[in-house]
Ligand binder design. Structure first.
Ligand code: T1G
Length: 729
């Protein structure tokens, strides 16, 4: 028997244990091992029933995603098809009880449903999360789940991909019994109970399938919701078709249709992109020069300085993770406003059913308001979240330094400022780090963690680990202006304004990028964030701009008119009291007049050009960030853009998207833009190199991952040696 699957007997009950750590994925060898066990169960007259269980922390969390490339190229290394195994299990002559703990996800749930009974530990979860990988269940899941759980529930699970808890699974008939205490012994007793009874097969059950007519409205509604909530994604639509087939076709034909749709999805660019994102979200946590066993500091108590929108949101993040947090403001009135905002935000969450009142009451107790530094001596980490100004930040850090424990981490929630300069205001620069949360902090998943020149590895490891505990995706970035996200956002927004100045309407620009898949168009984002924010930053840094370079002016002129966006009722768009958006013909007239004054010739601009200009601006700046060593790998940039800037996950992030288009094509287009628009479009040397070599960002940066204290020493010194060294020097 395969060493990944163990076979033992307990009385007349066979116990089959899958042991493929860490998550018992169905890697080559696992289906083969189970098949052998089933044969043995059939052949052994002393076996009355069987239990199939997972070793370690979980049942089976699905197909081995690393194998998908091989399936795509027809070189899968397993010797048996997983769907065939499921048929074999269902046809087993003795009843098979699936014993679920941890997760039964994807192929894991499909495996469980092919068994004759399912029992589960009370904290187990089951789900068909395939859509999140751009695919659909590929081994009868869309056909067996509606038979067990009913059409509506199966549809929701296959289309949204969210797992459900054991109790809910029991309610919907996906599992037959919950087991308190030891799962294996509970499952064995259950198997003894049912041994000798007629063996139920999921495929034969039709009582929950209803008629196609009865289900028609459910499918129509699912289609409408998926088109809205999973805009641009193919897999949810395929999942709907596959579940619908269960209501219309015999089981085997339904399975064939499912297989066809599964393969179509697997071969799509979307699934390749989403799988890149799945592994990327895990890869960003790995920092080669900060090994896994680097000691960390326990963060049991925290403090936040500044109770504005960001500070309040960050305090909620800590409270939601169960970490007590002091929230300090300069005066009582500001503190009261901050606490009132937090209460309001929590009330919204309760109203929307996200949290219970009890959960919120407990979290609120963890947030302790403060107007002095009393109590700061006991905290393990402070996050400063005051107004974005260097002088103020330095003052706060110089105040924190003497009152905090010597090994307390002092973090700044800056979005642009130099973390080394902030660190220099303390006597402990190795304990200073940047933690750039995204607004609203209690909702957005991204956390840019900014490594200063002297930040210690212990502090980096602690911050990365903490991000996970806080429910965030931490990505380590280097200390440059705007770090990774905002540094790239600047040329992206610049291009969107240029396009308007060259003749595109505000809506045309936003619609093109929205249709590309961005959560919002860049101009609408400006209105939401406040146009004055960028205006102020541009004024502050104007002296650093090269003279003679084209500058976008339309946004700044709107600000000069007091049009700051949503908060003033007008920006690129007009807003009513409820902040509902309408296009503003006045803006159109103003921009055309200004452009005429600036002698910018006007033309029709296609949606394709809008997307290329804005997205390639991201890509070119991203390439510079990589070559300068401020991001470790291309995938780090992708994860930042998907989780912090609304870039569509199904396109894999800007760098992956560029790889998909082909870097040669991207480079050629950028060269065209350079000819038309001048030196702001000079291609990044790394992009030029990869385009000429026929390589991708992903393969170039795979396996890298250190942002060194000095970018010159970073992993991308590889680039310097390989590219600049060889080709340019
Ligand atoms: N295949 C390969 N590797 C996997 C894996 C999988 N299915 N799931 C996890 N890993 C790796 C992961 O990359 C990481 O590796 C380590 O395991 C621990 O994971 C036939 C076609 C199960 C909830 O979509 O959601 O079945 O970084 O850090 O937080 O129709 O992993 O340590 O090297 O995430 O405890 C459907 C995906 C597949 C489940 C555990 N299944 N996995 O979370 O640990 S498609 C999924 C998860 C399918 C069928 C179809 C989570 C988890 P490394 P981790 P965790």
């Amino acid at each position: 028997m395969s060493e990944l699957v163990e076979f033992t007997k307990a009385g007349g009950i066979a116990v089959v244990t899958i042991n493929n750590p860490p998550v018992n994925a169905l890697s080559p060898g696992v289906p083969e091992g189970i098949a052998e066990a089933i044969e043995q169960i059939n052949d052994d007259a002393t076996v009355k029933a069987a239990v199939l269980i997972g070793a370690g922390r979980t049942f089976v969390s699905g197909a081995d995603i690393k194998e998908f490339d091989k399936i795509r190229s027809g070189e899968a290394s397993g010797t048996m098809s997983f769907p065939d195994l499921l048929t074999q299990i269902e046809n087993c002559k003795k009843p098979v009880v699936m014993a679920i703990h941890g997760n039964a996800l994807g192929g894991g749930l499909e495996l469980a449903m092919a068994g004759h009974y399912r029992v589960a530990a009370t904290n187990a979860q089951v789900g068909q999360p395939e859509v999140k990988l751009g695919i659909i269940p590929g081994a009868h899941g869309t056909q067996r789940l509606p038979r067990l759980a009913g059409v509506a529930k199966a549809l929701a699970m296959c289309v949204e991909g969210k797992p459900i808890l054991a109790l809910e699974a029991l309610k919907f008939g996906i599992v037959d019994r919950l087991i308190e205490g030891d799962l294996l012994s509970g499952a064995i007793s259950f198997a003894r109970e049912i041994a000798g009874r007629p063996i139920p097969k999921t495929r034969d059950r039709t009582e929950k399938l209803g008629t196609p007519e009865e289900s028609a409205t459910i499918f129509a509604a699912a289609l409408e919701t998926a088109r809205k909530k999973q805009r641009g994604m193919l897999a949810p639509l395929a999942a709907i078709d596959a579940v619908e087939a269960a209501t219309k076709l015999p089981f085997d034909e339904g399975c064939q249709l499912e297989r066809k749709l599964f393969m179509e999805c697997l071969l799509s660019d979307q699934s390749k992109a989403l799988i890149h994102v799945f592994f990327g979200e895990r890869e960003v946590a790995k920092i080669p020069d900060v090994p896994k066993d680097t000691p960390t500091i326990a963060v049991n108590r925290a403090a936040v300085v500044g109770a504005g929108t960001m500070g309040g949101g960050i305090a909620m993040v800590f409270a939601n993770a169960g970490i007590p947090v002091l929230l300090k403001e300069a005066d009582q009135a500001a503190l009261d406003r901050g606490m009132a905002n937090i209460q309001k935000n929590y009330a919204v969450s309760v109203a929307r059913g996200r949290f219970t009142q009890q959960f919120v009451d407990e979290r609120l107790k963890l947030i302790q308001p403060a107007i002095s530094y009393d109590g700061f001596a006991n905290v393990d980490m402070v996050i400063e979240a005051v107004f974005e100004g260097m002088a103020l930040k330095k003052q706060i850090f110089s105040e924190l330094d003497p009152v905090c424990k010597p090994d307390a981490i002092l973090a700044s929630n800056t979005s642009t400022l130099n973390i080394d300069e902030i660190a220099a205001a303390t006597s402990r620069p190795e304990f200073v780090i940047g933690t750039h949360f995204f607004s609203p902090a209690n909702v957005m998943r991204l956390l840019e963690i900014v490594r200063g020149k002297q930040t210690s590895k212990q502090v980096i490891a602690t911050s990365m680990q903490l991000s996970k505990k806080l429910g965030k995706i931490g990505v380590l970035v280097g200390n440059c202006r705007g770090f990774v996200g905002n540094r790239m956002f600047h040329p992206y927004v610049r291009e969107s304004v240029f396009l308007v100045e060259e003749g595109a309407s505000v809506e045309a620009v936003d619609n093109a990028l929205y249709d590309f898949g961005m959560a919002m168009g860049p101009l609408a984002v400006g209105d939401l964030a406040g146009l004055d924010v960028g205006w102020r930053i541009r004024k502050e840094y104007r002296h650093l701009e090269k003279p003679g370079i084209r500058q976008a002016f339309a946004g700044d002129r709107l600000c000069e008119m007091g049009r700051f966006g949503q908060k003033t009722g007008a920006g690129w768009y007009k807003y009513d009291e409820q902040r509902r958006t309408t296009p503003d013909p006045e803006v159109e007239q103003l921009v055309r007049r200004w452009s005429a004054e600036e002698k910018i010739s006007q033309r029709n601009i296609s949606a394709d050009e809008i997307v290329d200009r804005c997205v390639y601006a991201l890509v070119n700046e991203g390439a510079r960030i990589l070559e300068e060593g401020f991001a470790s790998r291309a995938v780090d940039i992708d994860i930042i853009y998907i989780n912090g800037y609304g870039f569509p996950a199904y396109r894999g992030g800007p760098m992956w998207y560029a790889d998909t288009v082909g870097l040669k094509r991207v480079y050629d287009r950028i060269r065209q833009f350079q000819e038309q628009h001048g030196e702001i479009w000079e291609p990044a040397p790394l992009l030029k190199y990869l385009a000429e070599e026929g390589k991708t960002f992903a393969e170039f940066t795979r396996g890298q991952g250190a942002i060194a204290e000095q970018p010159e020493n970073s992993a991308n010194s590889l680039f310097r040696a390989r590219v600049l060294g060889r080709k340019y020097l």
